[in-house]
Design a protein around this ligand. Structure first.
Ligand code: FMN
Length: 209
């Protein structure tokens, strides 16, 4: 029997499925910029975001480290598409000219509402049920110079009460439905298949046999 079950492929992107998020940063004139992104991971209270260097988001967070990271649910996918051809950078950088135009008010362009933050300057996105206020602690240039690895400390988490468990202390993952961005398509997260024994919201330990 052969063990070879795969073929070699050359996908045009390697976005295998991460949450899409909306990152708000502060422009030099005090207005907010808003951008969709998906390069994301978290460990403890630290986020690591992958942000392209030629956008307004990168320029803003290098100068003004306050950010908000807002997680849309499936119903907001059209806002991500509306933002996908907009940059807050004026003039539009050479590398973005083919696909992007400058937009000063990205909240309005996306049909989204700025909501004042409590600890940081940029607003949150009202329509997002899960929002982080965070502060950039370090930016590290990526190997090819086209992106930054942005390490940000989460200072406060805001959640719509509708996604909390009965204690009000935990996000109930069965009620929380982030957009998953995979190979340029948007998905809701699908059915639960299991959980960890360490979950504070699981009703019983996972059954493994
Ligand atoms: C679904 C989606 C995911 C994206 N993911 C990222 C990402 O992870 N990092 C990034 O820098 N740009 C990402 N982009 C592209 C940015 O939104 C784009 O660079 C934009 O110019 C940023 O806006 P700004 O120039 O106002 O900062 C993504 C765009 C979309 C629509």
């Amino acid at each position: 029997m052969t063990s070879e079950r795969h073929v070699v492929v050359e996908p045009s992107v390697l976005y295998v499925g991460t949450p899409a998020y909306l990152i708000a940063t502060g422009n030099p004139d005090g207005t907010p910029n808003l951008a969709p992104a998906s390069s994301y991971w978290a460990l403890g209270r630290m986020l690591v975001l992958g942000i392209e260097v030629d956008g307004q988001t990168a320029a803003n967070l290098r100068e003004r480290p306050d950010i908000t990271v807002n997680f849309p649910s499936g119903d907001l996918w059209r806002s991500l598409v509306r933002l996908s051809s907009l940059t807050g950078r004026d003039p539009v950088p050479e590398g973005k000219r083919r696909r992007y135009r400058f937009e000063r008010d990205k909240f309005a362009a996306a049909g989204l509402t700025p909501q004042p933050s409590e600890l940081v300057v940029p607003p949150r996105v009202l329509e997002c049920r899960l929002q982080f206020e965070a502060r950039v602690r370090r930016t590290t240039p990526g190997l090819d110079g086209s992106y930054l690895m942005v390490e940000a400390e989460v200072l406060r988490v805001h959640a719509d009460p509708a996604i909390l468990d009965p204690t009000g202390e935990h996000i109930d993952p069965t009620l929380w439905n982030p957009i998953v961005y995979a190979f340029r398509h948007f998905f809701e997260r699908g059915a639960e298949v299991g959980w960890l024994a360490s979950s504070p919201t699981a009703r019983h330990p996972p059954v493994l046999d």
